[in-house]
Ligand binder design. Structure first.
Ligand SMILES: NC(=O)c1ccc[n+]([C@@H]2O[C@H](COP(=O)([O-])OP(=O)(O)OC[C@H]3O[C@@H](n4cnc5c(N)ncnc54)[C@H](OP(=O)(O)O)[C@@H]3O)[C@@H](O)[C@H]2O)c1
Length: 310
């Protein structure tokens, strides 16, 4: 199998770049090597590589910035994946793509299923939904994995932001009225590899049969305030010298003494966010026989990374 991977330096992309070579030959690109704003370059890259599968881990992910940068967000999140789907169809390849819990408006109080009606509240969510719809309409065999609140030891994410702020501020104020499932980038990549392996063992057309949209998020739910508190608890027990932790804290001591819960209203952001975006993973369990660990176990596993007895 020949795989073309985009976004190889992103949170999920970097993990995929490490895992996908176990499935086949991988041609992996970062933004400098393949800019999704340049659709001609994208078409040329796909025609050069002639992949059996395109895995698109690149995206416009700056949720607030997208509010004033809709044109670029649309090219990257809609036009580029649509072109990937068209090119994949032309050469008989399949497409693996990622999407977001922010396609939902949060008015539910039960975990969202793949079949629930999306209604994004912000430009980022609208472009991600339009990207999904374009892929479905083109009809090439595809998998769309909707995930949420992605974090890890590299990139831009809530975990690393809280650790940085914890070296700078005695008090942190964090919103408590947005509920979701923080999901470790490594779990998403591992799940992707596991699904692709299962499908490849089932034969050539299995993505046509088992393709479609799947929710892949940590089990259980929390809010940003509780997530921040657990990050600081785990951080307070970290020994010195763990490379990713030293980078996140720039080797500085943690000075935060208290974390205060605030409302979304008290922390206005350019983009509106759903107050509840928990995704049901039942379809994943039913078709592929596994679920991801609870968010708190995932966070503990991240802090165990690189620790001598980790
Ligand atoms: N992050 C989240 O909380 C979250 C939540 C739900 C769903 N998702 C979805 O998960 C997928 C992966 O996201 P992630 O968390 O891994 O995000 P990420 O760390 O921001 O990675 C996205 C990657 O896309 C690259 N990229 C941006 N613009 C590009 C362009 N014009 N051409 C080529 N590459 C470009 C970025 O490059 P640079 O590093 O150079 O910017 C980055 O490496 C996306 O589909 C995202 O929508 C993410």
């Amino acid at each position: 199998m020949r795989i073309l991977l985009t976004g190889r330096k992103g949170q999920i992309g970097a993990q995929l770049a490490a895992l996908l070579p176990s499935l086949g030959e991988v041609a992996a690109f970062d933004r400098q090597e393949l800019d999704l704003l340049n659709l001609d370059q994208l078409r040329r890259a796909i025609r050069d590589v002639q992949p059996n599968m395109i895995v698109n881990a690149a995206a416009y992910t700056s949720v607030d910035q997208a509010e004033t940068d809709e044109q670029q967000a649309r090219i990257i999140n809609v036009d580029a994946p649509a072109l990937m789907a068209e090119e994949a169809k032309r050469i008989g390849a399949s497409l693996v793509h990622y999407s977001t819990d922010y396609v939902f408006d949060g008015s539910s109080s039960l975990p969202y299923a793949e079949t629930d009606q999306p209604n994004p509240l912000n430009v980022y969510g609208k472009t991600k939904l339009a990207g999904e719809e374009a892929i479905r309409a083109i009809g090439t065999p595809h998998l769309i994995f909707r995930t949420a609140w992605v974090y890890g030891t590299t990139g831009r994410n809530f975990l690393l932001t809280i650790l940085r702020l914890a070296t700078e501020r005695e008090e942190l104020k964090v919103v408590h009225d947005q509920v979701g499932a923080p999901t470790w980038s490594q779990e998403i990549a591992t799940s992707t590899e596991r699904i692709l392996r299962q499908l490849s063992q089932q034969g050539r057309d299995s993505i046509s049969k088992f393709g479609g949209t799947y929710h892949i998020t940590a089990a259980s739910k929390t809010n940003w305030f509780e997530f921040a508190k657990m990050i600081l608890e785990e951080a307070s027990r970290m020994p010195r010298g763990i490379p990713w932790f030293e980078t996140a804290t720039k080797g500085q001591p943690l000075v935060t003494r208290c974390v205060t819960a605030i409302t979304t209203e008290e922390y206005p952001t350019p983009a509106r966010r759903p107050s509840y975006s928990v995704l049901s993973n039942s379809r994943l369990k039913q078709d592929f026989g596994f679920e991801l660990p609870a968010w708190s176990l995932q966070l503990r596993a991240v802090f165990a990374e690189g620790r001598p007895n980790g």
